[in-house]
Design a protein. Structure first.
Length: 114
């Protein structure tokens, strides 16, 4: 669903992202971190930071990838939960650093500076 969700996001079709990925995340479906992260991103783009945080929490539990920690950190910052946001963003930064991903590190540092 990554390519489809990316296409829909570029066109502002957030409700469709939520519907599509929600079907994949239904209890009877398999659990993947990707759809949960797309749900988080769609809610983040709509500025529904509470729901974004819930979905990114789920994405981190399923797949503790740096991008998921980054999204979680952003949603927490917008909820003014700064200590938790800093912790999540630090985990993302550490993982990007370990992977040698300079672009990811720069994105996280930009978030921390905001």
């Amino acid at each position: 669903t990554g390519s489809i969700s990316s296409y829909l996001r570029r066109r502002g079709h957030y409700e469709e992202i939520i519907r599509l990925n929600g079907e994949l995340l239904a209890p009877e479906s398999h659990t993947l971190g990707g759809p949960a992260a797309w749900m988080g991103q769609a809610y983040l783009d709509q500025e529904d930071f509470r729901k974004a945080g819930q979905w990114y929490e789920r994405a981190v539990q399923i797949s503790p990838e740096p991008a998921n920690y980054h999204g979680l950190g952003l949603s927490l910052m917008h909820q003014e939960r700064y200590d938790q946001a800093k912790e999540s963003l630090q985990k993302a930064s550490d993982a990007y650093n370990e992977a040698g991903d300079l672009s990811g590190q720069a994105a996280v540092l930009s978030s921390l500076a905001a």
